[in-house]
Design a protein around this ligand. Structure first.
Ligand code: 16G
Ligand code: ZN
Length: 541
């Protein structure tokens, strides 16, 4: 490594690319892995300043999630287990875009001003300042972890722990738990929390004789790190009595894993193409299937019905299932003073939002990205947040925790609420914890996957397109991303097109992760939705 981290994982010198602007996007920096080394180094440096200024453990996750194996990325995890604070994202962007000669100077002035603000001497390294670096199964990850560690060292933090083959949500949880004085630091702690509560929940489900729910599930692991972790969940002390059996597919754990990572499989593939991932050809109809993405923070369900039609149950459907269960428990308890809310993005299927309204909940719409959904969700006692793509969880307030505290002779719905809150990873959306939460609720209602697909709501037809676009800065959207503020004329033209279709809506937004613009449209039929999306693509192009 040079002082600026300019060596890529092939060992080649890699000068900082000057013709390219890098941005801390929706989920950190994510680029082709050969461009990532100096970014990882500088992020390691910034993470060390964050850890020193807070005197806590800060996380850095090395992953490119659902993207192909040639990409990689880094993002910083706050001591709370949440996404990096906004102001610091700007600092990250500034540091990463500095050229090699500017970098050292910028690094030392940044260090000075941050430590000064904290009221500490520039060189101070408080005792609890530590970096946890996690990575998924990508070939390029070990190298980038080293770059992060060297960056941290450059930022004077030598206490670094590495968590190889970790899911993104597991790293978030470990960072959170380590900073909590009363929680133990144990890599399996979140796994046990979920499975213990799941066992207990299943025992207490009202219907003893199952008519519709079948306790077997096929999981597409995207050839990513989720495959290793689902096994950890199943490897429970009471393994033999595990209340369901799970078959893993696309669970390559060897060299092939990298070649096939997220390729024709995984939650993103299934959501985008609305079709079975590779390896699912012979799965019988009405069989419940689920897909994780490469770092296991997304989850979607799917199956083909008796007519051979492929049906997707995405993040919106999971949110609706959670809401149905949680509202029922609150009603049974007559607990009127606990607020319950739902947070979605512009991509939420129109019928899911209408379903929440029918329950008396007006969903809040925020900008794309977990970093925007999570904080809004925390404004409710019970906050359910999901992106349609399968990122999401449920958050709980202090008032909720007080409410569910164990007392003698607790009513059953209160116990079920408490257990549900333990199954879920309430720190961040977690595909595997969500999987157990979905299974628990389906078991509770004794529902087949077909019941779930038909008894809550069915999707209004929608279509998505993406078009390459170099200068995405010309676009400015409203905070909920449903409309363009700039270019103004473009929004006017979109409105005209939308008004020509029945029950339609559409929007355009610049991607936060790729040099593209995304288009989303809903209409009365699949054909019309696609037709409308193409019309709008013409407007943008
Ligand atoms: C990232 C986000 C995801 C969001 C996606 C949007 C996290 C953990 N991940 O993957 O939530 O849906 O970006 O990508 O926040 P886009 O900006 O390219 O549409
Ligand atoms: Zn992911």
């Amino acid at each position: 490594f040079t002082r600026a981290g300019n060596v890529n994982f092939n060992g080649n010198f890699c000068p900082v690319l000057q013709d390219k602007k890098f941005r801390y996007g929706t989920a950190g920096f994510r680029y082709p892995n050969e461009e990532m080394t100096f970014i990882a180094f500088r992020i390691g440096f910034l993470a060390s300043l964050r850890a020193r200024s807070l005197n806590q453990v800060v996380g850095v996750m090395v992953t490119a999630s659902h993207n192909p194996t040639g990409d990689n990325g880094v993002k910083i995890i706050e001591p709370t287990g949440h996404m990096l604070e906004n102001d610091w994202e700007h600092l990250a962007t500034e540091l990463v875009n500095a050229n090699d000669t500017e970098f050292e100077e910028l690094a030392s002035s940044t260090e000075k001003s941050i430590m000064e603000k904290t009221g500490l001497k520039t060189e101070t390294i408080p005792d609890n300042a530590k970096i946890f670096i996690g990575s998924d199964t990508r070939d390029s990850s070990p190298w980038l972890m080293r770059a992060v560690a060297r960056g941290a060292e450059f930022g004077r933090v030598l206490k670094v722990n590495e968590f190889v083959n970790f899911t993104t949500p597991q790293l978030h949880y470990i960072v959170y738990a380590t900073n909590k004085p009363n929680l133990s630091f144990d890599r399996l702690a979140p796994v046990r929390k979920t499975t213990d509560a799941f066992f207990e929940f299943i025992k207490r489900c009202p219907s003893k004789q199952l008519e519709n729910y079948k306790p077997s599930l096929i999981v597409d692991c995207a050839n990513g790190v989720g495959a290793l972790w689902v096994l950890e969940y199943l490897n429970h002390p009471e393994q033999k009595n595990f209340p369901m059996n799970i078959t893993l597919k696309n669970d390559a754990k060897d060299a092939a894993a990298n070649e096939y990572l997220n390729r024709d499989c995984g939650a993103d593939f299934v959501k985008l193409w609305r079709t079975f991932p590779r390896g699912f050809k012979n799965v019988p109809s009405e069989t419940r299937c689920a897909a994780l993405d490469g770092d296991a923070d997304r989850l979607v369900y799917f199956y083909s019905n008796n007519n051979g039609v492929f049906i997707l149950l995405d993040g919106d459907q999971i949110a609706a299932l959670y809401a149905k269960f949680l509202i029922k428990q609150l009603e049974l308890l007559g607990a009127k003073d606990l607020s319950i809310g739902v947070v979605q993005t512009a991509y939420a299927n129109g019928n899911s939002s209408r379903y929440f309204r029918s329950l008396g909940i007006e969903p809040a719409i925020v900008a794309t990205g977990v970093k925007n959904l999570h904080p809004k969700s925390e404004t409710y006692d019970i906050g359910i947040y999901f992106e349609a793509n399968g990122h999401g969880t449920v958050t709980f307030s202090e008032k909720f925790w007080d409410f569910v505290k164990e007392t003698p002779a607790d009513p059953e719905p209160k116990i079920m609420l408490r257990l549900f809150s333990q199954i879920i990873n309430d720190i961040v959306g977690d595909g595997i914890a969500d999987l157990f939460a979905v299974e628990a609720i389906l078991r509770y209602f004794d529902w087949s996957i077909g019941d779930w697909a038909s008894k809550i709501y069915t999707d209004v037809p929608s279509a998505q397109l993406k078009i390459p676009f170099r200068d995405r800065s010309i676009f400015q959207t409203t905070p909920d991303e449903t409309r363009l503020i700039k270019p103004e004329v473009m929004q006017k033209e979109i409105d005209v097109w939308v008004s020509k279709f029945h029950g339609a809506r559409a929007f355009v937004r610049p991607s936060g992760t790729e040099p593209i613009v995304r288009i989303y449209a809903e209409a009365d039929t699949d054909e019309n939705a696609l037709h409308l999306a193409y019309r709008i693509a013409h407007v943008v192009d």
